[in-house]
Design a protein around this ligand. Structure first.
Ligand code: FES
Length: 249
């Protein structure tokens, strides 16, 4: 195991403060939240840019470039466009110094670090069948779309939405699991759609393209796209094919 590296003295950081440093020549971010210290790699796994100035909420940091979020204890990537954990570090306060060393990496490629260990409760995943439609993975079931079935072809609409490609991930919005519900009614359709992250810079473009993709169908006069963030999108919502393309197993 690598030796501990001193990063700061205990008086250097006040609650809410952060500083960049190096451990084993790798850039890291040391953060104090309350009386706890967290240390993670200062490099977003989306494209290697620093996380340093990203907003922090609880024990999550958001990359200010494209909105990927990471858990500060485990390093786990919590939302797209990042799919891989950042390295997290164990932190220790000793003799007036804050020290860090790389945490042990777990099977899921995230690691557990942090000075004040915060236990995460692992809740059992509900069975796929028992989840609300908006929480199921993959594209909506054409037979389960709500609304007036007589006037619209759900399969046709889903196929049309598949033409809308997320420019960051190069996967269509249906296979990404961004479409939560499709409610046709005569020549109108209302779609509940989410984004991989609230800060997704491509969001307005994807919403507009989804609307156009539906309104080009002969059976649809007007398409209304509701952007919803609840439940939040997770990589588990993607189809197997999409996950294969992104190298998520
Ligand atoms: S560089 Fe961090 S989300 Fe893109």
């Amino acid at each position: 195991m690598t030796d501990w590296t001193p990063l700061a003295t205990t008086g250097d950081l006040q609650p809410g403060d952060r500083r960049t440093a190096f451990v084993d020549d790798e850039p890291v971010l040391l953060i104090r939240i309350g009386d706890d210290y967290f240390c993670v790699a200062d490099a977003c796994t989306h494209d290697g840019q620093p996380l340093g100035d990203g907003p922090i909420d609880g024990i999550e940091i958001t990359c200010s470039r494209h909105g990927a979020r990471f858990n500060l204890t485990s390093g786990e990537a919590l939302c797209m466009p990042a799919t891989e954990a950042i390295l997290s570090y164990e932190v220790q306060a000793r003799d007036g110094q804050i020290l860090a060393r790389p945490a042990k990496v777990n099977d899921n490629r995230s690691a557990t670090g942090g000075a004040g260990q915060i236990d995460g409760e692992v809740s059992a995943e509900p069975a796929e069948e028992s989840r609300p439609a908006s929480e199921k993975t993959g594209p909506p079931d054409p037979d389960a779309t709500s609304g007036d079935d007589e006037t619209a072809d759900a399969v046709e609409m889903i196929e049309s939405l598949r033409e809308v490609i997320d420019p960051e991930l190069l996967i269509n919005i249906v296979d990404l699991g961004l479409i939560y519900d499709i409610r046709p009614e005569h020549d109108k359709v209302t779609v509940d759609m989410t984004l991989t992250s609230p800060a997704c810079p491509a969001g307005p473009q994807l919403v507009q393209q989804a609307k156009l993709a539906l309104e080009k169908l002969d059976s649809i006069e007007t398409a209304e796209i509701n952007l919803v963030m609840t439940p939040p999108w997770t990589p588990e919502r993607m189809t197997d094919d999409a996950r294969d393309k992104l190298g998520i197993f």
